[in-house]
Design a protein around this ligand. Structure first.
Ligand code: KG4
Ligand code: ZN
Length: 341
């Protein structure tokens, strides 16, 4: 049996990405242009800048993906494109580009849910047993899923306010550390060996839902109490914000978010004792400290642990193509009227 060659296209936020994937051969190419440098000075993603950059990069990125996989457009059997959720202006660039190629070449097209891409991203490098628990944590989303099979999963809980990555980004911004905050804070926390100096609030322990906005407030009020941040004038006394203090905030924050994740996973295991594995996906899964802790937790409970390599944790088109491949197997195609969902 010849498995279809899938071209994946992803433009939901600030990465322009294209990948070629075939089930039996795996990822044949995975091209990403990250817009981080364009958004850095604003401390977050600026939607209009994001869409303009996608327009410039989409064609060269798709061409590169084809070239590195030594595949021509004619060899592509199916085009899979992120349809939702994301920034509308950004999504439209990818959808428009994908529809044009599909229509011109008369190839089938499949609209993909970006979150499903993350949920199944562990399958790019491993065969993960079902049922399993998937913890998705990125800059836009933080959710816990019970995954029964491909296309068959249920959300147990999601964040009621900020996503975990967003908490890292916002707190890094408060501390004047730059964007994205996650990797910067991890490096600082590592310097003081991931200790829990300030013990920030962990929130509810008996619910699958997350909340991270209180954490941001807790960090801010801690700085107020230390006379570093002035609430009235909304000014930071940068001279008092020394490196040691920033290290301690970063470290306490990482330990806190790690504890929150472990608490939710414990609850999931208690409710669903038959689960075979835990997967940890999304940009925050690049965090080695948290990843190792979840891995140890899984081992202690005699279940397997999977987390994609960094290139498949952050936004990428390989995961979109992979979901396209099993949707195609199930005959779940879209039509050329595909639009934002
Ligand atoms: O999955 P992703 O590329 O984009 C979204 O779909 O949001 O995730 C980006 C997020 C950012 O919030 C970033 O701060 C976070 O992932 N991140 C990390 C690390 N690397 C990236 N968070 C914690 N530790 C890291 N090492
Ligand atoms: Zn994402």
């Amino acid at each position: 049996m010849k498995y279809p060659v899938i071209l994946g296209i992803e433009t939901s936020c600030d990465e322009t990405a294209a990948a070629v994937y075939q089930k039996d051969r795996g990822v044949l190419s995975n091209q990403i242009f990250s817009q981080i440098n364009l958004h850095k000075i604003y401390g977050g993603v600026v939607p209009e800048i994001a869409s303009r950059s996608h327009i410039e990069k989409i064609r060269p990125i798709v061409e590169n993906a084809l070239k590195t996989s030594q595949i021509t457009l004619q060899d592509i059997d199916i085009i899979a494109v992120t349809q939702k959720p994301g920034l509308p202006g950004s999504l439209l660039i990818g959808i428009g580009f994908a529809k044009t190629i599909a229509w011109a070449l008369k190839k089938p097209i499949i609209g993909i849910n970006h979150l499903e891409g993350h949920i199944f991203s562990s399958f790019l490098e491993n065969q993960v047993p079902f049922p399993h628990i998937c913890l998705t944590a990125s800059g836009g989303h933080t959710s816990l899923y019970l995954v029964h099979d491909f296309s068959n999963y249920e959300e147990l809980g999601h964040t009621l306010d900020d996503a975990a990555g967003e908490a890292f980004d916002k707190i890094a911004k408060i501390l004047g550390l730059g964007y994205p905050g996650g990797p910067i804070l991890e490096k600082l926390a590592q310097e003081v060996a991931f200790k829990d100096f300030y013990h920030y609030p962990r929130g509810k322990t008996d619910s699958f839902y997350f909340s991270f906005s209180g954490l941001k407030t807790a960090v801010l009020y801690d700085l107020v109490n230390k006379n570093i941040y002035d609430l009235k004038t909304k000014t930071m006394h940068i001279d008092k914000l020394n490196h040691e203090l920033i290290q301690k905030v970063a470290s306490s924050l990482l330990v806190c978010i790690n504890d929150i994740f472990i608490t939710k996973l414990k609850l999931a295991l208690a409710y669903y004792p038959t689960i075979q594995a835990i997967t940890f996906v999304g940009g925050v899964a690049c965090n080695k400290f948290i990843k190792n802790n979840i891995k140890n937790f899984a081992q202690e409970h005699n279940i397997e642990f999977f987390s994609p390599s960094a290139q498949y944790c952050t936004d990428n088109a390989a995961m979109i193509a992979l979901v396209g491949s099993y949707k195609a197997q199930q005959g779940l195609f879209s039509d050329y009227k595909l639009d934002l969902a």
